[in-house]
Design a protein around this ligand. Structure first.
Ligand SMILES: [Zn+2]
Length: 570
């Protein structure tokens, strides 16, 4: 490819829309352009990187017996009604109608479509196991699309679905995918840590997320420095706390106090001169439409996923103002457990609280010295709070540490959730009809590219790993007007092309500084500079993007040196 022809408009300035490095650099290096919020056009260099990541994924998926299919983007609503997800998916789903008024969605995920496909084709255990995958655009109308390819509304994803006859088969599919993912990310030059995660809206029980630890990550990963435990903070388990009698205090008299204009934990604790950990937050939720309350220590946060799981409800949302005033008799900010006539669920940490500050269910008032059992009862204790760095590891006694993480892949054991709902069954060897046992396995292709950049850049631009660089080499003559340089550069360019090396020749009539800046910004792993003085000495200069090492190499040695560098880099 000639640089003069390459459609890769680079930018000297960082566009205002970009907040994180990968997004800034993809725009500046001319890999990507925004078409609408969270929706992007991939320019030639960006698409080459995407295709290389896809090629690695294909090899590894094929290697574990995956077969590639291409499922539709536009999916009929009926299938989603069969699993109940048409209603459950909510506003994140892009919905549309055809001219007959039939409803469709733009696939946010493909469990329904793929399960409906196999239910009419797979009849017997003899056809199992079956592993189907695709690399496809997906659509989610995110509330806050941001960070370029990190959280878009249209994004490229690899998804594989496994169908097995029993749990043992599912287990094998799961771990085959898990190990393939480890190889895929390593081949892309990424260190991705598998962590225990929550399965969220997709359902299922066992799941791991593959996290790249990076400051730009949207997730908080908690990990134990002493054992191998690592989990997304949404999922990280808390440790059950037993009542500890040594902490018991004398129970003081329950007293109502006026707290004008103080409704948040910060305001209350400042006003009453107590610590947030001496207050109990009472949060009113609607669980499947019915009000319930969660009691959390004032310095802790409620984990809604854990709360919903504990309740076993299909929807959970913070109660609206009307419900709160009807339930508590007070406006928002003064709810408390004493006298509240809805089910109360308390986090474990509330067990050992004495003489706590709670809302009085009365505007501008709180109660001090509220005590469990004497003043209020709870229906249940559970692990309801967000686990944080500094909390004890649930597997050993060490203290958890925290880091930001980018989720690049996830593996789930779905079980029979979708096959049961959609009637995807098969005949076992003994003739009984049972639902297929499923797993699903996703990789965010664009997000993987973004994560690679987050881990591989410097002040000059992107530093691509050799395996996914858009081109491996750029040849830069200092001046194309110099005939000797132009001839030597063109010959090297052709020689490299002949042996299948991906190379760009910077044939532009630009100052060398401009050419070097663009080469560094785009991040070609190897640059060959051809100048008059080195040519006279029978040499060319090879510059390595990552280390900035410069090697003067005799002209005859340039091609083999490049070959060796590429081999090393892969
Ligand atoms: Zn541990």
């Amino acid at each position: 490819m000639l640089m003069s022809q390459l459609y890769s408009p680079t930018l000297r300035e960082t566009p205002a829309e970009a907040e994180i490095q990968s997004h800034k650099l993809m725009l500046r290096a001319g890999l990507l352009r925004r078409s609408a919020t969270g929706i992007y056009t991939y320019l030639p260099l960006g698409l080459r990187v995407i295709r290389k990541v896809e090629a690695i994924i294909r090899e590894e998926m094929d290697g574990i017996g995956g077969q590639e299919v291409l499922l539709p983007i536009v999916q009929p609503a009926e299938l989603w009604h069969e699993t109940g997800r048409w209603d459950d998916y909510g506003a994140e789903m892009f919905r549309l109608q055809d001219r007959q008024g039939r409803q469709f969605c733009l696939g946010p995920t493909h469990e329904e479509i793929v399960t409906a496909l196999v239910r009419s084709e797979v009849r017997s255990y003899r056809q199992l196991p079956l592993r189907l995958y695709q690399i496809q655009n997906k659509y989610r109308d995110e509330i806050r699309p941001r960070f370029g390819l990190m959280r878009g509304r249209e994004f490229i994803m690899k998804d594989m679905y496994s169908f097995d006859r029993d749990e043992e088969g599912l287990d094998k599919s799961y771990w085959d995918a898990y190990h393939a993912y480890q190889r895929i990310f390593a081949r892309c030059g990424l260190e991705a840590r598998p962590v225990e995660a929550d399965s969220g809206a997709i359902g299922g029980d066992v799941t791991h997320e593959f996290m790249v630890l990076a400051d730009a990550g949207e997730d908080l990963v908690l990990y134990c420095p002493a054992c191998s435990y690592a989990a997304n903070s949404e999922r990280a388990e808390g440790v059950a706390i037993e009542p500890d009698t040594s902490l018991a205090q004398e129970l003081e008299t329950l007293t109502e106090v006026a707290t004008p204009n103080a409704s948040t934990i910060e305001q209350i604790s400042a006003f009453l001169q107590v610590q947030p950990k001496d207050c109990i937050k009472t949060l009113i939720y609607l669980a499947d439409g019915r009000p319930v309350a969660a009691l959390i220590r004032g310095d802790h946060g409620l984990n809604e996923i854990k709360f919903q799981k504990h309740l076993g409800c299909s929807s959970l949302e913070l109660a609206d103002e009307l419900t709160i005033s009807e339930t508590t008799g007070a406006p928002v900010g003064f709810a408390g457990p004493v006298g509240l006539k809805i089910p109360l669920y308390a986090d474990y940490a509330v067990v050992n609280m004495y003489n706590a500050v709670v809302g009085a269910n009365k505007e501008d008032h709180h109660l001090i010295n509220a005590n469990l059992n004497r003043d209020f009862q709870v229906k249940d204790f559970a692990d309801l709070r967000e686990t944080m760095p500094g909390d004890p590891c649930p597997r050993c006694a060490a203290t958890l540490e925290g880091a930001r993480g980018i989720e690049v892949g996830q593996v789930f054991k779905l079980g029979t959730k979708y096959s049961s709902a959609l009637g995807a069954t098969f005949l076992q060897e003994n003739g009984t009809e049972t639902p297929l046992i499923m797993g699903c396995y996703g990789i965010g292709v664009g997000r993987t590219v973004a994560a690679v950049i987050e881990k591989n850049y410097d002040e000059d631009g992107i530093i691509w790993p050799m395996s996914i660089a858009p081109y491996q080499v750029i040849v830069v003559p200092v001046s194309m007007k110099d005939q000797a340089q132009a001839e030597a550069a063109t010959k090297l360019y052709q020689d490299l092309q002949k042996i299948g090396i991906e190379v760009v020749l910077d044939d532009r009539d630009e100052r060398p500084g401009v050419k070097f800046k663009d080469a560094d910004l785009i991040g070609f792993p190897i640059r060959v500079t051809i100048g008059s003085r080195s040519l006279e000495q029978g040499q060319m200069e090879i510059v390595l993007r990552r280390t900035k090492d410069k090697l003067s190499v005799p002209i005859a040695e340039v091609v083999p040196t490049i070959q060796a560098l590429i081999k090393d880099g892969e």
